[in-house]
Design a protein around this ligand. Structure first.
Ligand code: KG4
Ligand code: ZN
Length: 337
């Protein structure tokens, strides 16, 4: 049978396990989210996340094996996210993977979470190297030129917040629900992006770096000015602020993507991360790809956001290069590609 790998992911607020084959078949992909656990705190609480991972990881693995219809012993390797991420969660996943490897005798392969995202288009669409990956999520924002399973060149990225984080903070400032991205996008639909002037951070500077914290501060100022003027935040003004914010993020991402494509000289632009779900941002990126003459690839959302199928796949890519890890595999809070 083809190479078949169990993937385990627990680096942020999703506990996940999946079984994937080298022929790009996802036999199972189980994701247990923790949004409700963290909702009252306005962000992911590391201690709560770690406990939830510890409670759920073995159940997720059991479910992933059952859905794949395979016993652990029928697999070829165990791949696990070894970082970067919230260390308590990463440790819970790595400890479980080591225990399963020791008990079954299967080889262990540590995977960088970012490599998991970056290699996803090869799992979903079978594309070759090289390609440009724009990773835009709640925790990450970077341009990666991917030239091999272990060959990632970072062309630029955020110097402060990730765009998803900015969407979440803007939603909080405007009294919208979390996660903020979908809430801001829904509100923006009835707003006028030109009604409010917002900055385009770092657009005037060369290179592919991005910044989103100033945009968040500008939204705060626009909100306070509107409240002072109108005696409260009118619904229509809130929609305008959302539309203006979304347009600013889309424009900055599009222009920086144009520059990254010019540097990368690749035939494909791929995106991953929750923010890639945003219609306006996706449309702006598609336009850049079309203008530049490159193929645009956005994997299905369930494989764009955190999941274990991408970890199993990245494990398959590393395993195929002969990589193995021992019981000394470390859980790493920071681990640049
Ligand atoms: O990739 P993801 O599920 O998790 C990680 O950050 O790892 O991304 C979640 C982020 C959140 O910040 C959320 O607000 C944002 O993606 N997001 C969106 C949209 N849907 C999710 N941002 C903008 N527009 C959306 N439609
Ligand atoms: Zn992620």
């Amino acid at each position: 049978m083809t190479l078949t790998v169990l993937g385990i992911e627990s680096s942020c607020d999703d506990t996940a396990a999946a079984v994937v084959t080298a022929e790009r078949r996802i036999l199972s992909s189980v994701v247990s989210g923790q949004t409700a656990l963290h909702a009252a705190f306005g962000g992911v609480v590391p201690e709560i996340a770690a406990r939830a991972h510890a409670e759920r990881l073995d159940l997720c693995v059991e479910a992933a094996l059952a859905q794949a219809g395979l016993r652990l012993g029928a697999l070829d390797a165990i791949a696990v996210t070894a970082g970067p991420g919230l260390i308590g969660g990463v440790m819970a996943g790595v400890m479980l993977a080591k225990g399963l490897a020791a008990g079954s005798g299967l080889p262990l392969v540590g995977v960088n979470h970012l490599a998991g995202h970056a290699l996803t288009p090869r799992l979903t669409d079978g594309i070759g190297f090289p390609y440009l990956m724009l990773l835009v999520s709640g925790g990450h924002c970077q341009f990666l030129r991917v030239a091999g399973p272990e060959d990632f060149a970072r062309l630029g990225g955020t110097i402060d917040d990730a765009p998803g984080e900015a969407f979440d903070k803007v939603a909080k400032l405007l009294g919208l629900s979390q996660p903020g991205g979908p809430a801001v996008e829904a509100e923006a639909a009835s707003g006028d992006p030109r009604a409010i002037g917002l900055p385009r951070p770092l657009l005037d500077r060369p290179g592919c770096d991005l910044s989103f914290s100033g945009l968040k501060t500008a939204v705060l100022r626009a909100r306070d000015e509107a409240i002072a003027r109108d005696g409260g935040l009118r619904r229509a003004v809130r929609a305008d602020i959302c539309a203006a914010f979304q347009a600013a993020v889309a424009e900055v991402l599009a222009e920086k993507t144009r520059r990254a494509l010019a540097l990368a000289e690749v035939p494909v632009l791929a995106v991953a991360g929750g923010v890639a779900a945003n219609g306006a941002i996706r449309a702006a990126l598609e336009t850049v790809a079309a203008d530049t003459g490159v193929r645009f690839l956005a994997p299905p959302l369930a494989l764009c956001t955190d999941n274990a199928a991408m970890i199993a796949w990245a494990g398959i890519e590393r395993f195929s290069l002969g990589r193995r890890d021992g019981m000394d595999l470390a859980a790493r809070p920071r681990w640049p590609l």
